[in-house]
Design a protein around this ligand. Structure first.
Ligand SMILES: Nc1ncnc2c1ncn2[C@@H]1O[C@H](COP(=O)(O)OP(=O)(O)O)[C@@H](O)[C@H]1O
Ligand SMILES: [Mg+2]
Length: 267
């Protein structure tokens, strides 16, 4: 079986609440079922719950990765210091000497049936500073080996300003049925074309009716943005989001399977 996602870093972005974390969680489980080893990186420092609940139904996430790299004392915001991330006692950039899973102590990740979850760090203290240092970890945490890496980022577009997308192969923009989401998608597509190398795909999410879908597609067409597919509104996701439980089978998962198939064909 060919595995087109092997070695790829895929970043999922979009407006707040559009469904980034839900889409990542669905993707992780689908790809795992397709026998991939999946590494999920929670790069959203401002969402205290993180993605652990959706991924594993767990209330607690793993230890912050930024601590493995020396914390705020060592890691700077990529805008102030664009130099690549390094290990605490090493000067070799992670981008050249990628991370081996075996070198990371177990408290820094959660693992369940071939899905590995890491989180870069969360804002914990009043006035502790911006989340730029965590963004550098998101940018450069590249794990070597045979797997696919999925990256969840904070809402909006600030991560583009910081160049977090520098080392990704594919960007998935999630668009929910709101005017703001369409605007953000337009902006992101523009920023991606400036960046050059990564492929960019959009996915519609929380679509409830055919009419809603047609309106969204027409608006995107006006903006010359192509869409890979539609994830329908799914009560199962609402329930999981409310109860803090793991996502289960449902229409959204079936839709996402089709979208993954399409991405694979285009890789
Ligand atoms: N396809 C969908 N159908 C129904 N609800 C959804 C869908 N996708 C996401 N949601 C719900 O929308 C809310 C925000 O989703 P979430 O994945 O946390 O978004 P984000 O990570 O972009 O902030 C959650 O309550 C989630 O359950
Ligand atoms: Mg999220």
């Amino acid at each position: 079986m060919s595995k087109p996602f092997l070695g790829k870093r895929i970043l999922v972005c979009g407006k707040g609440g559009c469904g980034k974390s839900s889409i990542i969680s669905l993707m992780a489980h689908i790809l795992r079922d397709e026998t991939y080893r999946v590494i999920v990186l929670d790069g959203d420092a401002s969402n205290p719950g993180g993605i652990a609940r959706l991924m594993f139904g767990s209330t607690q996430g793993p230890k912050a990765l930024i601590r493995f790299f020396g914390g705020r004392k060592k890691v700077e915001c990529p805008v102030d210091d664009p130099a690549p991330l390094t290990r605490i006692n090493d000067t070799a950039p992670i981008t050249e000497k990628n991370i081996d899973l075996a070198e990371i102590p177990p408290e820094y990740f959660m693992e369940k049936e071939n899905i590995f979850l890491f989180q870069v760090g969360k804002i914990e203290q009043f006035c502790e500073g911006c989340d730029g240092p965590m963004s550098k970890v998101t940018r450069d945490f590249i794990v070597k080996g045979q797997h696919v890496q999925l990256i969840d980022v904070e809402a909006g577009i600030e991560h583009f300003g910081r160049g977090v997308e520098q080392n990704v192969d594919l960007i998935l923009v999630v668009i929910d049925p709101t005017f703001e989401s369409l605007l953000i998608a337009e902006k992101i597509t523009h920023l991606c074309s400036q960046m050059g190398k990564a492929r960019v795909y959009t996915v519609l999410n929380k679509v409830q009716t055919k009419e809603m879908e047609s309106i969204m597609l027409a608006e995107l067409k006006k903006k010359k943005i192509e869409t890979l597919g539609v994830v329908h509104f799914d009560d199962e996701l609402i329930k999981a989001g409310l109860m803090g439980t793991q996502l289960r089978e449902g229409i959204a998962r079936e839709d996402m399977k089709m979208i993954i198939k399409k991405i694979a064909e285009n890789l």
